[in-house]
Design a protein around this ligand. Sequence first.
Ligand code: ZN
Ligand code: ZN
Length: 381
Amino acid sequence: MPQDQVAFKISPQKQDQSSESGGTSSDAQGVWINISNAYGRCHCCFFCNKMQTKLSKHVERCHADEIEVARLLAMKKGSEERKNAFQLLPNKGNYYHNKRVFASDYGEIIPVRRPSNPCDAHDFVPCPSCLGYFPREELRKHVVHSCIGRDLKSLRPTSFEIRMQSDIVSEIYSQNLKHVPKLIQTMRQDSLTMVIKHDDLIRQLGENFLTKLTTMDDTRKHHYVGQKMRESARLLVQFRKTTKSDASMDDLLHHQHNDSVVEAVHRTAGDPDMTTEDSDGCKHPSVALKLGHDLRKLAMIKEGIGIKKENKLQRKEAVKFLKLMDRDWKNLVSSPALSTISARRLGKVEELPDSEDISNFSSFLAKEIETISTLLSTKKV
Ligand SMILES: [Zn+2]
Ligand SMILES: [Zn+2]
């Protein structure tokens, strides 16, 4: 093993020197990452899975008949588009190579930039937009400021949303959801729970929350995540009523349904203009705001699954939906909801505490201070 090669878990005793990527060995385990200045850089070719030092030339020479490559070669020479496409070219092959390495628990992973110091390969995660592997703590900075693979530059995803998408893309949440099924069992078994049970995206949202909310204790977390899933299910039920369909959350997150989604959000938040039941203003404006955040997360999950499954249509639908949300949501949902909240605050009469209560509380505090001071002085602390 090269000296500057850093292995984790059990160091592989002998490295497969073949040009095939992700060489495996039944008697060795470990995933490592080379630090910078260590040998020439190799990239894994997406089309033949072979490691190449000059990937661009290799792809031009050997895979020109692939649609993706033909499209890339047809781009105007010297154009920004062509430059970006060639820059992104290694990421896709490296991404699948890295996934194979992590799955077999053996081999070297290939990040976008090699680290200058030894570090754990498991700290590197894929960017959901360009598929390049970056250190976990640098991912948001890359996504927001320098990722050339992002479709939606104006959208500023939160760290939570980026980590959530990255986990989906790296298949940490593979088909099997670990925590949500147990939570669903403990939930009230009603029609909303039935909706949750049959909707993959809502359950995935719950799974992401359960895994990411590490600071909450289990009881609070289960209550919170259960409510989150129920809110989304409630919205889906309203959407089905609005569109007279049996849509799934995946169907809902389609740009063509934007108007129906806004209508369903207003209905879920109890907007009288939609329900025509009373004229008391939007009953639960905070629900409309919360649903906006959840829809954004759900759309990002859909995009992540689209990337993972190489389903371009699914990815495109999610991106277009997010684009429309970014453009219209403020005017159609957030601003009216926030106006209702502040109008209610202004109209609310704030009762001041009774003067007798204040006086009692003040003398209680004075007595307490006196008692504690005496205690401290007698114990000479
Ligand atoms: Zn190749
Ligand atoms: Zn990126």
